[in-house]
Design a protein. Structure first.
Length: 467
C-alpha cells in the first residue's frame, strides 16, 4: 500500500525520486519509493531489469540451468535408466533463443510490476546534471532524491578486438548459432568458472585459462578444490598460473597467447576477466559525486554518496557485485531517503552463490578468516556422499561446512557445495542473520532424507554439552 510521506513531515509535498538505471538496484528502489508514496521516475535505456536481466545474470543462469539438465540426462545410466534415442543433443541456436526470450519476458514482468505501482519508466540514457537534476534524453527531471544504479560492463583486454563472433564477452554468447567446438575461457573467477562449467555441460570442449594457482581464487579453498576436480574428471583442461597476453583471430578459430610464451588454440574465446563500473559519461564528476580510482561510486552503508540527496546502488558501487546486494542497497537507499527506519547493509549476512555444477554457496565468515585467527571459530565439514539423499541422487562430490563461534556456539557462516546449493544456503543465512546457535539449529527438524539433513547434522557435531 502506498503511503503519503507528507503526513510524516519528511517532505512538504510528495517526494520526487529519479532513478538512473533499471537493474535490481534501480527497480527495487523504485518499488520501495512508490510504496512509500513518492513520485518515481525510472530512467533505463535497455529495458526494465537492465543489463542484469537482459544480458547478464538471467541469461547466464538460464544457459547454465540448461547445461545442468543435459548433465542430468547423461547420468541416467547410473540410475538404471536407458535413453533409447541415443545420446543427448544440444541445439544451441534454440537454447539461445529460449535464453533471450526468457530474459525479455522477465523484463516485461518487471515493467508491469513497477508501472503497476505508479512508477514512470523513461526509455532513455540517464545522466546526472547536479543534485536533484537528471537528464533523460531531451528531458530534464527535477527530484528530491536521485539514485544512481547504472551497473557494470565486461572488462576488456587491452589490444584485443572483441568481434562478437569468435572473440566474445559473456554478453555476446547468446547470439551464437553453433555450439563452440573448443571454447577457451580466459579468467577463472566466478564468471569464467560458471561459463566454463555451463559449456562443458552442453558438450563443448573447454579450456580454462587461470592466472592463479586454482580456479575461483576468492572462494572457499575446499569448495574450489572440489570444483577443479570435477572439471578435470569431466574433461576440462585447466591451464593454471597462466596469464593471457593477447587473443587473436585465426582463419578458423582463435589463439590465446600467454605471457610465458605458450599458446592455446580453440574455435572461440570467451573473455571473463572481470567487470568495470558503467559510470563514464553520466555526470558524476561534474555533480561532485566521489568515485574511487577504478570508477566505482563511493557509498556508505545506507547507500549515500558524497553529494546530499544522491544515492547509489549496485555493481557501480563495487560493494559486492551481486544482484541481491544491489537490490538491498536500492531498498536501503529509499528507506533512508524517505525517512523510514532502516538498518545499514551488513555484508557479513550476504549469501553468495557460484552457479557451476555443482553449485557453491556461502555466507558469513570464510576459511581464510578462521585460518588467520581473525575469527575464533570451530568448524565441521560433512561430505554429501554420506548423506542418504545424496546417495539416492548419485552425488559423489560436495559437502556442507559449518562455522560457529568457540564458546557460545553462535553460527557464523558456512559453505555448501551441492546441486541447488543456492536454495539450501537459506537455512544458514537465516541462522547467521538471526544469531542462532548450533544448538538451536540442531534442534530444528530437517526432512529425512534430505540434503538439509547434513546441515542439522553438522550443527549437532558442533554442539557442546551446555547446548
Amino acid at each position: 500500500m502506498r503511503r503519503d510521506t507528507r503526513s510524516e513531515g519528511r517532505y512538504d509535498a510528495v517526494a520526487r525520486v529519479a532513478i538512473i538505471g533499471g537493474g535490481p538496484g534501480g527497480y527495487e528502489a523504485a518499488l520501495v519509493a512508490a510504496q512509500l508514496g513518492a513520485d518515481v521516475t525510472l530512467v533505463e535505456r535497455d529495458g526494465p531489469g537492465g543489463g542484469c536481466v537482459l544480458a547478464d545474470c538471467v541469461p547466464s543462469k538460464t544457459l547454465i540451468a540448461t547445461a545442468e539438465s543435459v548433465h542430468g540426462l547423461e547420468q541416467a545410466g547410473t540410475l538404471g535408466l536407458r535413453l533409447d534415442g541415443g545420446g543427448v543433443g544440444v541445439d544451441i541456436a534454440r537454447v539461445n533463443e529460449r535464453v533471450r526470450d526468457l530474459a525479455k519476458a522477465q523484463s516485461a514482468d518487471i515493467a508491469k510490476r513497477v508501472t503497476g505501482e505508479g512508477v514512470t519508466i523513461v526509455p532513455e540514457t540517464g545522466r546526472l546534471l547536479g543534485p536533484g537534476r537528471v537528464e533523460a534524453g531531451a528531458e530534464e527531471l527535477r527530484a528530491d532524491v536521485v539514485l544512481v544504479s547504472v551497473g557494470a560492463r565486461p572488462r576488456m583486454m587491452p589490444g584485443v578486438e572483441v568481434d562478437g563472433e569468435r572473440i566474445l564477452t559473456w554478453r555476446q554468447v547468446y547470439d551464437l548459432d553453433e555450439l563452440p567446438e573448443h571454447l577457451v575461457v580466459v579468467g577463472s573467477g566466478v564468471t569464467g568458472a560458471e561459463f566454463a562449467s555451463g559449456y562443458l555441460g552442453l558438450g563443448a570442449r573447454v579450456t580454462l585459462v587461470s592466472s592463479r594457482d586454482r580456479v575461483l581464487p576468492h572462494e572457499d579453498p575446499d569448495a574450489a578444490a572440489v570444483l577443479e576436480d570435477v572439471f578435470s574428471r569431466r574433461g576440462m583442461d585447466v591451464v593454471g598460473r597462466a596469464r593471457a597476453r593477447t587473443v587473436e583471430r585465426t582463419a578458423d578459430g582463435v589463439v590465446v597467447r600467454l605471457v610465458d610464451g605458450r599458446a592455446v588454440e580453440g574455435s572461440h574465446c570467451l573473455l571473463a576477466i572481470g567487470s568495470v563500473p558503467a559510470t563514464d559519461g553520466i555526470g558524476l564528476g561534474e555533480a561532485g559525486v566521489a568515485v574511487d580510482e577504478r570508477g566505482f561510486v563511493d557509498v556508505d552503508r545506507v547507500s549515500r554518496t558524497s553529494v546530499p540527496g544522491v544515492y547509489a546502488a549496485g555493481d557501480c558501487t563495487g560493494v559486492l557485485m551481486l544482484a541481491s546486494v544491489a537490490a538491498m542497497q536500492g531498498r536501503i537507499a529509499m528507506w533512508h531517503a524517505l525517512g523510514e527506519a532502516v538498518a545499514p547493509l551488513r555484508l557479513s549476512t550476504v549469501a553468495a552463490n557460484v552457479f557451476t555444477d555443482p553449485e557453491i554457496a556461502s555466507v558469513g565468515v570464510t576459511q581464510a578468516m578462521v585460518d588467520s585467527g581473525s575469527v575464533d571459530a570451530q568448524q565441521v565439514l560433512l561430505p554429501l556422499a554420506t548423506n542418504p539423499r545424496g546417495k539416492m541422487q548419485e552425488l559423489h562430490e560436495g559437502f556442507v561446512k559449518l562455522y560457529c563461534r568457540s564458546g557460545t556456539g553462535v553460527v557464523l557462516g558456512g559453505v555448501i557445495v551441492a546441486p541447488k546449493a543456492s536454495e539450501l544456503v537459506l537455512t544458514l543465512s537465516l541462522a547467521v542473520r538471526l544469531g542462532l546457535t548450533v544448538g538451536q539449529l540442531a534442534h530444528t527438524f530437517a526432512v529425512y532424507p534430505s540434503l538439509t539433513g547434513s546441515i542439522t547434522e553438522a550443527a549437532r557435531q558442533l554442539m557442546t554439552p551446555l547446548d
